[in-house]
Structure formats: structure tokens, C-alpha cells
Design a binder for this molecule. Structure first.
Ligand SMILES: Cc1ncc(COP(=O)(O)O)c(C=O)c1O
Length: 427
């Protein structure tokens, strides 16, 4: 079965080929009735990603930049992956992409460089809705003289860009914010963030880790300066990548051995990283393109056009998942954090944090685990957000996080299980 088969018109949730897509994921096939509802912690990978990793390990498991065929293949795989990821994020050039272990280490790498360039612009804006990787990393720069300015989420669970305007001025060095909250699923208007920050001469650092699997990344339209992603949330193995505007990366001081050229990506990618997983990331981009081509008319389309079609269809399908999951949670009396009004669902992805009054999040996730439904409980690495929501770090909330291979039937099974847990355990 190939995702390239049978192009169709744009998908409503009925025409999204979820069953065919699920067939492409060996872990989903093997898991039988198990329901993956913890995709915000990492998504499953399609067979073509497994094949790319395996082939890399068999054909090219050597160091790059030597003069024999295996090593030349590593170099070629890296060139191909850089090109693919550049298309995925709409980079200006492939050299703006650097590969590495994860998003957190890239945020740290950029922040260490920024620390050396604070001077008269020493204010850094962070939000209380972000993953702590994109908060604590910047707070650490207070030791270097940075002043932290908080852009706070409103009670409606969203970051309002008009609240950012008075926080940004000629002293602002950088605005660091998420594209989408990994906890409560809110999408941020990052194009507006780009405009506001640049009008004041500040830079923008975007955490796109959670948005990646749900929508079309576009660094040009968003007019940002840096952006990080974790491949493993994007249907690839464990790895991360950084995009940076070429001139911003050229200016950024980084650690590297003296003889390494002071140009991206080499000045960023020091040391060896998991090349096989980068090959997997390349295949993950091609997987998404394959989905997109199903929704395009017959003919030749650019890779970016295919990705645009894929992410458009995924967004639309996921909207039906958000709608259904939120309706199910409301029926079960859940307190839902963040956007839950039917008419505002486009402002979120199907990553939903909730609590059931009288039943602990830990009990719900443990009981779900026992019956083969994988979800998460706790603080979601978002201590500031938990505080804002009036939740403790110890108990936090329950999170269900869906992606495009989840089905409405799975939501129905989840709701039935939740109802049983509630009736058996409410104090
Ligand atoms: C929004 C967000 N940012 C950053 C991270 C950290 O990513 P990594 O594990 O790749 O360092 C995560 C991980 O869950 C995340 O969800």
C-alpha cells in the first residue's frame, strides 16, 4: 500500500485516510487494541522511517567526510536530510538547518551564544505557557546580566499578542515563545510575535516542538530568527533540529574546535550526532509529503506544496478529533484547561489537559495504562503553567494528546474507560 495512491480532493474528516495511514505504522499494527494517546511525548514512526534508519545502519554506519563509499553515503544522506527539513520549515537555505540530539540542547546552545551578546539589549521575554525548556534556559541568563520579562497567558488559556506590545522596546534582545503549548494545546499567533519583536529591533526564538506534527511550519511567514523542533514528535526517531536565519547563526558565538569553520551548520553541529536518526527524519518529511500528494490534483507539485497539502488535511482532520475529545470530556464532567468552546477550536491542537473532580490524575492514567490506553499525568514540564492553573507540581493534570493516526473510535473507547474509572473511584 502506498500513500501516493489515489489523489483526492481536500479532506473533511470522513475522507482522511486514517485507516490506510495506520497500516503504515508498524507499532500501531503490532499494538493491536492499544491506544496511543500520549503523542505529545513522542509519536510513532511509519515503516519508511524504520527502513531509512535500518538502511543507514546497514549501508552507511561510519563517520562522515572520508573518501570511501560508505562515508560518502553518510554525507549524501545528511545533504538530503538538510534539504528535506529546510523544505519542511520553509528555510531560506539548507545550511540554516542543524541536526543534533534534542530541542533542549539547541535552546541552550543558542542561549549561551545570546548570553555573550546582551550588552545594551539585555531583556528577554519569556511566557508562562511554554515548556520549561524554553523558559529555564533563558532564566539561566540572569547570571549573565539578562533581565527577564514575563508575557503572561490570559485566563482564557491563550497568549494575546497585544499583551506583548508593551513588553518589547529598545532594550529587548529576544522574545522566546512556543508556537503551540504542549500542555493545553493553544496555538500562538507567532507571525504577530515576529512583527512586534522586529519592529522593536528584537529577535524571536520559537519552540515549534509541539506544533510540528500538527501544522505547517513557515519560518519565512512567521519572520522569526530561530526555531527548534524535536524529530521524535514528528514521526521520526529521537533527534532534534535547529533552524536559524543564516546571518543570525553566523553572528552567534558557539563552542567549536578552532579548526572547524565558523559557519553554519558546522559551527553548530560540533561532534557526532545520530546520523541514522537524521536519515529517519528525512524519511518522516517524505512520509508527510506522500500524505499531501493524496490531496493534490494529478500532476507535478513541489515538495513544499505536498507538505502544505498534508498539513492542511491533518489540521482539518485533527479538528474533528479535538471536537470529539472535548465533547467526550465535557460529558464526563472534566475541567478542561485552555480552549474548549466549540467556536474557538481552531485555536488549538488535540492536546488536551484536564482533571476530573474527585479522581486523581495519577489514578486515571494508571487505570488507563492497565487497560491499554497510554496517556500522561503530572506537570508536563510546565511548572509555571501548573501554578497559573492552580495545580500542584505533584499531581498536576491528565493529558491526552492525539495526532493524525488517531481515530474517533479510539476516543469513544477512551470515554467509556474514563466513565468506568470515574464511577469506580470517585471519592
Ligand atoms: C513544547 C516543547 N518544547 C521543548 C521540549 C523539549 O524537547 P526535547 O525533548 O527534544 O529536548 C518538549 C518536549 O516535550 C516540548 O513539548
Amino acid at each position: 500500500m502506498s500513500v501516493q495512491a489515489s489523489p483526492r480532493s481536500m479532506a473533511g474528516h470522513n475522507s482522511f485516510p486514517v485507516d490506510e495511514i495506520r497500516e503504515m505504522f508498524p507499532a500501531i499494527r503490532k499494538a493491536g487494541d492499544f491506544i496511543f494517546l500520549e503523542n505529545a511525548g513522542g509519536a510513532q514512526v511509519p515503516q519508511m522511517v524504520v527502513d531509512a534508519v535500518t538502511n543507514h545502519l546497514i549501508d552507511s554506519n561510519v563517520q562522515r567526510m572520508a573518501k570511501y563509499e560508505h562515508s560518502e553515503r553518510v554525507d549524501a544522506n545528511l545533504v538530503a536530510a538538510r534539504e528535506s527539513v529546510a523544505i519542511l520549515v520553509n528555510a531560506y537555505r539548507p545550511e540554516e538547518i542543524s541536526f543534533g540530539l534534542n530541542a533542549t540542547s539547541f535552546i541552550r546552545l543558542v542561549s549561551l551564544g545570546i548570553a555573550k551578546m546582551l550588552k545594551e539589549r539585555s531583556e528577554i521575554v519569556v511566557t508562562d505557557m511554554d515548556h520549561d525548556a524554553n523558559i529555564a534556559t533563558w532564566l539561566a541568563l540572569e547570571a549573565d546580566g539578562a533581565k527577564i520579562v514575563w508575557w503572561r497567558m490570559r485566563e482564557d488559556g491563550t497568549l494575546h499578542t497585544e499583551d506583548l506590545v508593551p513588553l518589547v522596546n529598545e532594550r529587548t534582545r529576544l522574545v522566546a515563545c512556543t508556537v503551540t503549548a504542549h500542555s493545553i494545546g493553544t496555538i500562538v499567533d507567532v507571525a504577530a510575535v515576529g512583527k512586534i519583536a522586529h519592529a522593536a529591533g528584537a529577535e524571536v526564538f520559537l519552540d515549534s516542538v509541539h506544533f510540528g506534527p500538527h501544522g505547517l511550519i513557515d519560518v519565512q511567514a512567521w519572520d522569526c530568527d530561530y526555531l527548534v523542533c524535536s524529530g521524535y514528535k514528528n514521526f521520526s526517531p529521537h533527534m532534534g533540529f535547529l533552524w536559524g536565519r543564516f546571518d543570525a547563526l553566523c553572528r552567534l558565538p558557539t563552542f567549536k574546535e578552532d579548526f572547524i569553520p565558523d559557519v553554519p551548520p558546522y559551527k553548530i553541529e560540533v561532534g557526532t550526532f545520530p546520523y541514522e536518526n537524521v536519515a529517519g527524519m528525512d524519511a518522516a518529511v517524505r512520509y508527510l509529503e506522500g500524505i499531501g500528494r493524496r490531496f493534490l490534483p494529478e500532476g507535478t507539485h513541489s515538495r513544499r506544496a505536498a507538505l502544505t497539502a498534508a498539513m492542511g488535511a491533518i489540521r482539518e482532520y485533527e479538528l474533528s478529533l479535538s471536537r470529539e475529545m472535548i465533547a467526550a470530556l465535557k460529558r464526563q464532567g472534566a475541567v478542561i484547561y485552555g480552549i474548549s468552546d466549540e467556536e474557538r477550536l481552531k485555536g488549538r491542537v488535540p492536546t488536551i489537559c484536564f482533571n476530573i473532580p474527585g479522581v486523581s490524575p495519577q489514578l486515571i492514567s494508571a487505570e488507563m495504562g492497565k487497560i491499554g490506553i497510554g496517556i500522561r499525568d503530572g506537570h508536563m514540564f510546565a511548572p509555571r503553567l501548573m501554578k497559573r492553573l492552580g495545580l500542584s507540581m505533584e499531581t498536576g493534570a491528565v493529558r491526552v494528546s492525539l495526532v493524525h493516526y488517531n481515530k474517533l473510535e479510539e476516543i469513544a473507547r477512551f470515554e467509556k474507560a474514563l466513565a468506568e474509572i470515574i464511577s469506580g473511584h470517585r471519592k
